[in-house]
Ligand binder design. Structure first.
Ligand code: DQA
Length: 163
């Protein structure tokens, strides 16, 4: 499968509420690099090392995230990597959107929610995701892209074999 600019797959990388504040927001938990810096690096590294085209979007609004998820397949994305922020722990609407979008989805977090407050231990979105990467700071996004790519390569090859 080919995509634009010689890349193999297009991946939508979504970030939810308050993640635009990275670098300023609780740096002891989330690090000192800005959202922009992290995403610029992710886009470049994913293209160079995985031949994946990442398109990064962030919103503080649940409805906007749901709209992006709902149109992702139509918009030419092969899969989604999502850090839903606090909506991870509260949003059944986001869970339904991921379930309904028919694309493979990976949940990522900079911190490890399991090791934090009890209310962060539940993930609704995770119930519809292929897998989760948490606790590796900005690297969680890249690891999520790599996991998604492995899945896409596996399933694409399988389909091609059976074609
Ligand atoms: C987060 C973890 C969430 O619990 C929190 O609400 C966030 C960031 C993370 O990336 O570690 O906003 O998703």
């Amino acid at each position: 499968m080919s995509s634009s600019k010689g890349t193999r797959f297009r991946v939508l990388v979504l970030s939810g509420p308050n993640l635009a504040e990275l670098g300023r927001r609780e740096p002891e938990v989330y690090g000192t690099e800005s959202y922009q810096t992290i995403m610029t690096e992710l886009v470049a590294v994913a293209r160079e090392t995985c031949a994946v085209e990442c398109v990064a979007r962030q919103s503080n609004h649940e409805g906007q995230l749901i709209d992006w998820i709902a149109s992702a397949a139509e918009d030419g994305f092969a899969g989604i990597v999502i850090n839903p922020g606090a909506l991870t722990h509260t949003s059944i609407a986001l869970l339904d959107a991921v379930r309904g979008c028919a694309l493979p989805c990976i949940e990522v977090h900079l911190s490890n929610p399991e090791a934090r407050e009890a209310f962060r231990r539940r993930s609704y979105v995770g119930r519809a995701c292929l897998g989760k990467v948490a606790g590796f700071g900005k690297e969680s996004y890249l690891l999520g892209v790599r996991g998604l790519l492995a899945h896409l390569e596996r399933t694409t090859t399988t389909k091609a074999r059976h074609a």
